[in-house]
Design a protein around this ligand. Structure first.
Ligand code: PRP
Length: 216
């Protein structure tokens, strides 16, 4: 079996921050911070290989065992329900999954509510939990356009600062669930590379606890 620890990191600022914690945990690979278009970096002596994956694909690499561990948003875990272990809430990349609509929106209970979203499962589960009939319109991005031009009544989407909603004259009606980044592991890697994975998990837990104290 491959002895290297394969790590899928989400491309972007969050991934870079997470890499620094992995480095502190004893899995350095300094070439990763060179600004290049390269996506795979290896430190054979350190026993680690990193990939910069599209954030929404990290869970697929981990579920399939192409990566032993990775960092994925709770939104992706709720939407795709990958068969992985969720090891730790990293308390980073925080945002919330919300229902939003135009300011003058009034729900017409006599018909199905038209919901535009990238997160069809999360939206479906939420509305079935409150017993509201919906018609899902699955989009791939720029969801905010939908209620403005009448494609949908509401949207279910991620809100971070709230500025995208504000600039498009939309407002939050309901928060469905808070979201943050999670450390995840492939189920069989977790057994076979337990020592390395536990080391990283405990370092990250310590870092998260310390960062949490600084916030207070
Ligand atoms: C996400 C989300 C919102 C925006 C929210 O979009 O879908 O559009 O960020 O952030 P804010 O509350 O800080 O304004 P993303 O940038 O991922 O692109 P998308 O339009 O492709 O979904």
């Amino acid at each position: 079996m491959d002895k290297m620890l394969n790590v899928a990191l989400p491309k972007g600022r969050l991934g870079e921050k997470v890499y620094k914690i992995f480095e502190q945990a004893g899995f350095p690979c300094p070439s990763i911070l060179e600004n290049s278009r390269k996506l795979i970096f290896e430190n054979p002596e350190g026993g680690v290989r990193y990939f910069w994956a599209k954030p929404s694909d990290v869970a697929i690499y981990v579920e399939r065992g192409a990566a032993d561990i990775g960092v994925a948003g709770k939104d992706i875990l709720l939407e795709y329900e990958p068969d992985i272990y969720e090891l730790l809430d990293l308390d980073m990349g925080k945002c919330r999954m919300c229902v939003a609509a135009k300011k003058d929106f009034r729900d017409d209970m006599t018909r199905a509510l038209k919901v535009a979203t990238k997160f069809s499962r999360i939206a479906g589960n939420y509305y079935s939990s409150i017993g509201r009939d919906i018609d899902i319109i699955h989009l791939n991005g720029s969801i905010e356009i939908a209620p403005i031009i009448g494609l949908s009544d509401v949207i279910v989407d991620i809100v971070e600062t709230g500025s995208t909603l504000k600039e498009n004259n939309l407002e939050v009606i309901e928060t469905i669930v808070p979201i943050s980044a999670r450390l995840i592991a492939n189920k069989s890697s977790f057994r076979f590379k337990q020592a390395q994975i536990e080391k990283i998990t405990s370092e990250m837990a310590a870092y998260t606890a310390q960062a949490g104290r600084k916030d207070k």
